[in-house]
Design a protein around this ligand. Sequence first.
Ligand SMILES: C[S@@+](CC[C@H](N)C(=O)[O-])C[C@H]1O[C@@H](n2cnc3c(N)ncnc32)[C@H](O)[C@@H]1O
Length: 296
Amino acid sequence: MEPVHRSVLVDEVLRLLEPSEPESVLVDATLGEGGHSACFLQRYPSLRVIGVDADATMAARGAARLAEFGDRVEIVNTWFDDYFRETHVRPDRVLLDLGISMYHFSFSGRGFSFRADEPLDMRLDTGRGTSATDLVNTLDGHELADLIYRYGEERLSRRIASRIVDARTDGPVTTTKELADIIWQAVPPSYRHGRIHPATRTFQALRIAVNSELERVERTIPLVLERLGPRGRLGIIAFHSLEDRIVKHRFRDAADRGGYEVLTRKPLVPAEAEVRENPAARSAKFRVIERRTEAA
Ligand SMILES: C[S@@+](CC[C@H](N)C(=O)[O-])C[C@H]1O[C@@H](n2cnc3c(N)ncnc32)[C@H](O)[C@@H]1O
């Protein structure tokens, strides 16, 4: 299997999440195609990896990529908050590389990108839950505007929401192209040729809402901090300010209460060369916290 996704901040992640002893356990809680995990397994020959992914397709792709490492790898297809709520494992290292992978954008066919015309779904766990089509067609104008503003930080959220509400009187909006066209029409011409496509923020907002992304990160950090073994570390790569703010505050709160130390005073960001080779890495911010007290 040829991986589609390019892992970000690999050197920084390997350095800061170096296992504290040879036979430790890393929970890669956002396995994806297993890029980070493969690097860890290669570099640390006695390390074991538990790879978690909510998306069954990604869990399978990650499993295929890591098959060569045999029983050093265990794959769990579930949400990371559910995993940490239920597990008894005391990991030495935990990595969260948030968001979705390039595979999702380019090949999943689930409408994460407006660059192809696809059904508007956006669910990672395709078997259940509310899809982006459900949200776009059932929320009222205020709810839709709030969602687009809150999760997309889109200042034209009201105009966009009201144009969506108008458009759906002709029938439900069910594809990425329909939605992207509605947004294009809703915004002033000056906004159409900015640095990013005018639909970018609305698509991000829908994806975050569909998968409860922020709530899951918020819930998971304290669960992981509790489960970490002594000297255990949690590293999180965030890709937008909403996520990074949660990580920063949760880490700081834990350090203030005692027993944990934030190892990254400022988040680590990709070097220029990485961004040049992989523009998707440009917004990545990596923060790490370490448990200082003995695990209870
Ligand atoms: C950025 S990709 C990870 C890429 C991976 N680190 C690599 O180097 O190949 C994020 C992955 O996490 C998964 N994911 C996102 N949120 C999740 C959650 N709350 N629980 C479990 N998996 C999640 C996505 O399905 C996606 O495959």
